[in-house]
Design a protein around this ligand. Sequence first.
Ligand SMILES: Cc1ncc(COP(=O)(O)O)c(C=O)c1O
Length: 412
Amino acid sequence: MDRSGRMARHPPNLAILGGRPRFARKLHVGAPNLGDRGALLARIEDVLDRRWLTNNGQYVQEFERRISDHAGVRHCIAVTNATVGLQVLIRALGLSGDVILPSLTFVATAHALQWLGIRPVFCDIDPATHMMNPDRVEELITPATTGIMGVHLWGRPCAPARLGALARKHGLALVFDAAHAFGCSARGTMLGGFGRAEVFSFHATKFINSLEGGAIVTNDDALAKTLRSMINFGFSGLDAVSCLGTNAKMNEFSACAGLTSLDDMDQIRARNRQNYLAYQQGLASIAGMKLLTYDAENRSNYHYVVVEIDAVAAGLSRDEIVTALWADNVHARRYFYPGCHMMEPYRTLDPNAGARLPHTNDLCARIMLLPNGTSIGLEDVRSCCQLIKDIVARQIHVHRALSPPIPVPEPA
Ligand SMILES: Cc1ncc(COP(=O)(O)O)c(C=O)c1O
């Protein structure tokens, strides 16, 4: 039935309306890109044959070389994950007091600072780019500020040159959370070489993955030496410990997975791009869907398919659309909802932060990520776009089915 009580014009072919799910399997955001299985197993066999499992092994060294070559930086220090990489970097730079960062990021960016007793000061974004707005950054600088942490969200450069000028002007350390940004550039310069150092993530959900893993990259020789020691308990020789350190070393199996993933980088990127362009075509005619574009002047890994939803034009809220997609086995995600400032401990520590983050709040309520990567094919993308089209076309039925609202599902 529609609003006037007449029979529905559209059959209930959506799972949320009682139909069969459109996809037999679940489509995930961040499903791992698996490299060549034979190549991975051959490397792992070799590790086992040589009985060298961790502690700066041959495969970790090769992984570091290939990462630094690709990013065009002098040093790469492979680590267990990007979160710990950020923590080690922050400690090595001796940051204290306040550090400015966006709230529209994965919570690890803020946690890395807070974990070390540093206050994350959240800065609003430019709604056109989703990146921290350098003008707002400058307004937040106080005598307590010691650093700026830019985040290359979705692999888009977060104005590294402008942040660099700002950091120089105010004598602040500048670092980048480049978790999303391996294989991406800012106007011809690969991301990785900006600021004092940048940190990539090679988590299973990322463009290139080493199961869990990350890397700190820098052109600063002295900093690299300190970082290398800090990730290995502070050792500077066989029996000499010269600073406070931790254990953040990447192991050989992770490096094998990372290298195998790197072997396939061009194919992964090509698939991502092909899917991205198909999404662009498929979503273009659907009311209320705006796909975030990648600038032609910058190289991208096309890993993230980011959609801004205009609830008035679509006739449904982002949460209603996401819930309907999940019912049909498309596990779209609300990244990064609700923004770090709304998560603990930040929400309690600074309950008024939202007042200076209007664009972040607005975007967090409208943003949706769609599945991409090598497990997703062109037919999947086309069906996914058709599904979104059908959801929007049946907006009245979907809205009724979700009244009172069903919470957006939590991933298993
Ligand atoms: C922006 C951002 N920063 C940091 C991280 C943390 O990376 P890792 O999982 O390697 O610790 C992630 C994701 O996992 C991320 O998306």
